[in-house]
Design a protein around this ligand. Structure first.
Ligand code: 3IO
Length: 714
């Protein structure tokens, strides 16, 4: 069960001619796929398009009614390879993934797909996770489009533009026999708006039809000598066909007053921010009407030389607005202008920052500088020579505490790292390789465990070089999540360790879902899923790979057991990789599942017990060792008001879910007897009520007796 259910919203996908579709960008993309007769869809989730996969999964019934096949792909490589169905058959296919990481994973399939080319429209919806709030390294997908020569659309972030881009993308792909990327950032994915719906279209040829009528053309298969042909075709046929389509269809848009002395060439995705910046500079109204001459590239690759040159003709200066680095678009345009001997002043990076998100302020500053330098007369006097001092904005980084990502309250992964710390206390520090997933938060305080992260499913692989000559010496420890394990960890990490007779320790952090991408089901999820085969054992998979030493821990909150198992793995004389599968359900998903059930039961008058933990402040010494070993966000500090106590005591706030981790950690570390467990009982029995009243009375009596004896501090 994913973090968000779109079960209700997907009903909108049934809308047709005459309806106005209102909703979110990702839903609009899905609707557009159906309106354009898509035959199959797939993908792998990841921010910012996790929810697009969730929409597709929730829409599976609607998709299958239309004869559209949907798959939750094992990885982005799988998703891209799936587009092979559009190579020989005139079937439209779409896949979706996070970029650039997903594109990295997909790149083998992407090159092959791009080389042979496609007959049916092949659309890759890439969620470009660039800028503020991104969870990955800062790179651009653009390089992949250039190197493999697949085209890239980057529509303006509004629903009609995004929906149009889906249809344009399919057609562009078909006329140029080339896969097309449709790039959407987080703001496009979640922008709300509306568009005029059209009827959904059954795919004219379905994947079932293709199976009944197999086809193959040798010159589409990627093997020499066809590969040489493919390269030539890319240059002589596919590129010109794409450029012609981009011009004929007016994919790129012109706004503002043509013929002005300065102009902007921008990526479609930056349009909203540019308009807002122009608005703040007094050069656009709230509806986006502006005098500024703009060429909006809804297709950022390939560029059409003649269009760019025509735009620049007669201008003194042009500003290229292109987010991220390197400045690929600017370089191409500079190259075009130089070759043609043009003298128009080209601005871009330098005036705008080389890297980082082009946020509202960045855009205002960059555009302001461009206009002051090249067209000061366009700027309103108040902006050009303001009599007002700019508003002083305090440096918030000095006053606000940093909020690095961390494990949730009740997270079952926290005790695994608490146990690792305890083992290290005994056996010394180890080299630890981390992986992608929630468990990577181990690198942050209070654990400070883990030295590298090399990619999804590659935690144990990134420990591969660490081979200890000394058989009794230290081994490396590596972590990989269940998501990463099935994405490619089974072969790249576990299989590799078995084959190379690694002596290292691998901990598979199994929380029953692909939790970091939004709690989607995966092969080993415990839940039954109507359309997927779940409940496949990680342990059996590892054994099948040849792992001999393997331990399953069914409750990661048992810190003592995790500690002892890890210690055994690090010290056993048995050869080969030592694998520990540490399994407990993601607490976020568990709460999503259990909370409504409990609330319903309580409402129906049933007896419901919810555990909570607390700290006895009379016993707590305020050394905060519990926090250093647990780090649970529900653990906080509390001032008792007692001047004889130097340190504030530990306190557990109302976000506690009663997982028991703090108590277990305290116990395993022989830390602290101050933790207690209480139970919140809804609809208690008459006997329970009586007992509670009685004990309440006794406690009150004891408390008032103690308070009476206390020295009071005024
Ligand atoms: O959802 C995210 O933020 C992720 O980083 C997860 C993810 C999805 N596909 C990937 C491929 C390579 C590395 C990470 C991911």
């Amino acid at each position: 069960m994913a973090e968000r259910s779109f079960a209700k919203e997907v009903q909108k996908l049934k809308q047709g001619e005459g309806d106005t579709f209102a909703g979110e960008g990702i839903l609009a993309i899905t609707k557009a796929l159906l309106e354009n007769g898509v035959g199959y869809v797939g993908g792998y989730q990841g921010s910012p398009i996790s929810h697009l996969m969730d929409v597709l999964a929730d829409a599976e019934e609607i998709l299958s009614e239309l004869g559209v096949h949907f798959e939750a792909s094992a990885s982005e490589a799988t998703a891209t390879a799936m587009l092979a169905a559009s190579v020989h058959y005139p079937i439209r296919g779409a896949v979706t993934y996070k970029s650039v990481v997903g594109t990295n994973v997909a790149s083998d399939a992407l090159s092959n797909l791009a080389s042979g080319g496609v007959t049916g429209g092949a659309l890759i919806i890439v969620g470009e996770d660039y800028g503020e709030g991104s969870s990955i390294m800062q790179e651009r997908t653009y390089a992949f489009a250039m190197k493999s020569q697949v085209w890239m659309l980057d529509p303006r972030p509004n629903l009609p533009a995004i929906v149009k881009a889906v249809g344009d993308g399919f057609e562009l792909s078909e006329v140029s026999n080339t896969p097309v990327m449709l790039q959407v950032g987080i703001r496009s994915c979640h922008v709300h708006g509306h568009f005029e719906a059209r009827d959904n279209k059954r795919p004219p040829v379905t994947v079932s039809d293709a199976l009944e009528n197999p086809a193959r053309k040798l010159d589409r298969i990627v093997l020499p000598p066809a590969t040489y042909l493919h390269e030539e075709e890319k240059l002589t046929k596919r590129l010109p066909a794409a450029q012609k389509f981009i011009l004929d269809r007016e994919i790129n848009e012109r706004f503002g007053a043509p013929g002005s002395k300065v102009g902007l060439i921008l990526q479609g995705g930056t349009y909203n921010t540019v308009i807002r910046a122009l608005n703040r500079l007094g050069l656009a109204d709230l509806y986006g009407d502006t005098e500024m001459d703009m060429l909006v590239l809804n297709c950022v690759y390939p560029l059409v030389d003649s269009q760019i040159m025509a735009f620049c003709e007669g201008k003194d200066a042009v500003l290229i607005i292109e987010e991220g680095q390197p400045n690929y678009i600017e370089q191409q345009i500079a190259h075009m202008l130089y070759k043609a001997g043009k003298t128009v002043k080209l601005e871009g990076k330098g005036m705008l920052p080389m890297g980082g998100e082009y946020t509202g302020q960045v855009m205002v500053d960059g555009l302001g500088t461009f206009l002051s330098d090249h067209a000061p007369d366009m700027l309103p006097v108040a902006k050009l020579a303001s009599n007002e001092d700019p508003i002083a904005i305090p440096d918030l980084s000095k006053v606000l505490p940093a909020r690095p990502p961390g494990f949730c309250t009740g997270c079952p992964e926290r005790p695994i790292f608490a146990a690792t710390k305890l083992v290290e206390e005994e056996l010394g520090e180890h080299h630890i390789s981390s992986d992608i997933g929630c468990h990577l938060f181990s690198i942050m305080p209070p654990f400070d465990l883990g030295a590298t992260t090399m990619g999804y499913g590659l935690g144990p692989a990134s420990a591969a070089a660490f081979h200890n000559e000394n058989k009794k010496g230290r081994r490396s420890i590596s972590f990989v999540g269940d998501g990463g394990f099935w994405h490619n960890g089974l072969t790249s990490s576990v299989g590799n360790a078995v084959f190379n007779k690694s002596d290292n320790v691998i901990v598979i952090v199994d929380n029953f879902y692909s939790a970091a991408t939004g709690g989607q089901d995966i092969l080993s999820s415990r839940a039954t899923n109507k359309t997927k085969q779940t409940q496949n054992s990680i342990v059996e998979a590892c054994k099948g790979m040849g792992v001999k030493w393997i331990r399953q821990i069914d409750r990661t909150y048992d810190v003592t057991k995790v500690r002892d198992t890890l210690k055994e793995a690090l010290t056993t004389e048995e050869e080969g990789p030592k694998v520990i599968v540490a399994s407990s359900e993601c607490m976020l998903n568990k709460q999503r599942r259990v909370k409504p059930e409990l609330a319903k039961a309580a409402k129906e008058g049933k007896r419901v017990v919810r555990p909570r933990f607390g700290v006895d402040e009379d016993i707590c010494t305020g050394d905060h060792a519990c926090m250093r070993l647990s780090g649970c966000p529900s653990l906080s500090v509390k001032d008792t008001g007692d001047p004889l106590r130097d340190d504030p005591v530990a306190a557990i706030d109302q976000t506690c879910v009663g997982c028991g981790n703090c108590g277990e950690v305290a116990d395993a570390a022989v830390l602290c007897p101050s933790f207690f467990q209480a139970e919140i009982v809804s609809n208690p029995s008459a006997g329970e009520k009586r007992r509670a009243r009685r004990s309440q009375k006794i406690i009150s009596w004891l408390q008032s007796r103690r308070d009476a004896k206390r020295v009071a501090f005024a």
